[in-house]
Design a protein around this ligand. Structure first.
Ligand SMILES: [Zn+2]
Length: 452
């Protein structure tokens, strides 16, 4: 079922213009994907919902948009140059590359095929061909590039592996320009790059990806409490946007899993068809980052509390989520198949804030110019408020199926009677119920049902 569901989703994404394989005509660039016309609307809606909840609806968070390229000292101070590594090994016979973490204990079938037993693969043997593997070698996950015309060490730059550092290095700028009091946070959405050995599962893990990150600065004494609050807050965000509760869970990191800067971390995981996987990590990064940048730059990164007259390094609570994997989770969770009149109906039961198209306006007949004109006018008028489309390229049944598959909450149909009674039919995506509504009442009708 899991594989079938993923296949169905990948195929729907291509068929309906959500996600295409990158550079497809040249055979594709592995694990790189492009968002098509409805994919970009959908992903933008996910980002908008995140920004609204975390920046616009709060008084204590400021938005930011830092550059992808940064001074190389940033990555030295952050520990990424020294510590942001994976270990790899390759086969001397077939030359396939393996990530060491993937060669660790695996579950495999017992020889007699009776159930499962815990088997440990030999780390020195190629699981594909049985050849010998080379010694494990560390490799840095950061993408390198050069600034300027000379490609030498002095012009070496990195594509950021996380958006977080752009916020840390601007901490003093925000203090000086906005004068916030603790606790306060910075929020940013942007691209990040990691040269992973084993990406995969469609858009779940890709080398180029987008992050939604918050860096929330708190007094060290309040860090544990704020961490718990953020875990709850972020968990509820997914539920409020329609993710089914049974498909979402929190998972506390073991001490051995923690990143070099973190004191504690809890992941929010989604039950994908390929297993439980992380959507977002909420970490207590302690004062590691501000201290590192303070010491490395020679600037004073301590916060001065005017009431207690105390000067200290704030702790940072960081809810860090992936845009692409969150978008994929919303898509998987919304995918529905049902039988209607002996035919399979596929639809995306997306939250209305996330649906790429809010309303489709469809003429029942295209051989009557007045119907087409009325439908086009209604669509044009609604466009001022919602993302709407007009479509008359097929019979009505097919048009409905198309809109169902992209998750359009409402279809407005204009027919011959509309010319007489000035009414249209509004069809609900999930229930397929139809209401006959006066054209002059249509905006109010939709306003009650579509927020924003
Ligand atoms: Zn091999």
């Amino acid at each position: 079922m899991g594989d079938d569901l993923m296949d169905n989703i990948v195929s729907l994404c291509k068929r309906r213009g959500f996600i295409f394989a990158n550079s497809d005509i040249y055979g594709g660039l592995s694990n790189t994907w492009d968002y098509g016309p409805f994919g970009v609307e959908f992903k933008n809606n996910v980002k908008r919902a995140w920004w609204k909840a975390n920046v616009h609806c709060r008084d204590d968070i400021y938005g930011m948009d830092a550059a992808i390229l940064m001074h190389p000292n940033v990555w030295d101070a952050s520990g990424h140059i020294k510590q942001f590594h994976d270990y790899k090994s390759d086969c001397k016979t077939c030359h396939k590359l393996f990530k060491i973490a993937d060669l660790n204990p695996v579950r495999k079938k017992s020889p007699k095929g009776k159930g499962l037993s815990n088997g440990v693969k030999d780390k020195n043997i190629c699981p594909d061909c049985g050849g010998k593997l080379t010694e494990a070698r560390p490799f840095n996950l950061m993408f390198k590039t050069y600034q300027g015309v000379v490609e030498d060490k002095a012009s070496l730059l990195y594509l950021r592996p996380e958006t977080a550092q752009g916020m840390f290095v601007n901490f003093l700028n925000v203090l000086d320009s906005c004068h916030p009091k603790l606790p306060f946070g910075l929020a940013q959405i942007g691209k990040a790059f990691r040269n992973e050995v084993t990406p995969g599962n469609f858009t779940f893990r890709t080398r180029e990806f987008e992050q939604m990150e918050i860096e929330y600065f708190v007094h060290p004494d309040h860090a544990d409490k704020k961490l718990e609050e953020w875990i709850e807050d972020r968990f509820n965000w997914y539920i409020n946007l329609g993710i089914r509760k049974e498909n979402l869970r929190k998972r506390l990191h073991g001490q051995d899993e923690l990143a070099h800067y973190a004191a504690a971390c809890t992941d929010i995981e989604y039950k994908f068809p390929f297993g439980w996987q992380e959507l977002e990590g909420i970490a207590n990064r302690t004062d590691f980052d501000l201290k590192q940048h303070g010491e490395s730059s020679g600037k004073d990164f301590r916060y001065f509390d005017t009431e207690s007259k105390e000067r200290f390094y704030p702790y940072i609570i960081e809810p860090s989520g992936g845009v692409d994997r969150t978008t994929l989770a919303f898509l998987v969770d919304a995918y529905r198949e049902e039988e209607v009149k002996k035919r399979k109906r596929v639809f995306l039961s997306l939250h209305k804030d996330l649906a790429p198209i809010k309303v489709a306006v469809l003429p029942l007949l295209t051989n009557r110019a007045e119907i087409v004109e009325l439908a086009r006018n209604i669509c044009q008028d609604l466009k001022k408020k919602y993302f709407c489309v007009y479509d008359d390229t097929a019979a009505i049944g097919k048009l409905y199926r198309r809109q169902d598959e992209v998750g359009t909450p409402y279809c407005v149909t204009v027919d011959v009677e509309s010319l007489e009674d000035r009414k249209v039919t509004v069809r609900d995506r999930d229930t397929m119920n139809q209401d006959r509504i006066g054209i002059d009442k249509l905006k109010d009708y939709l306003k009650q049902r579509l927020a924003g």
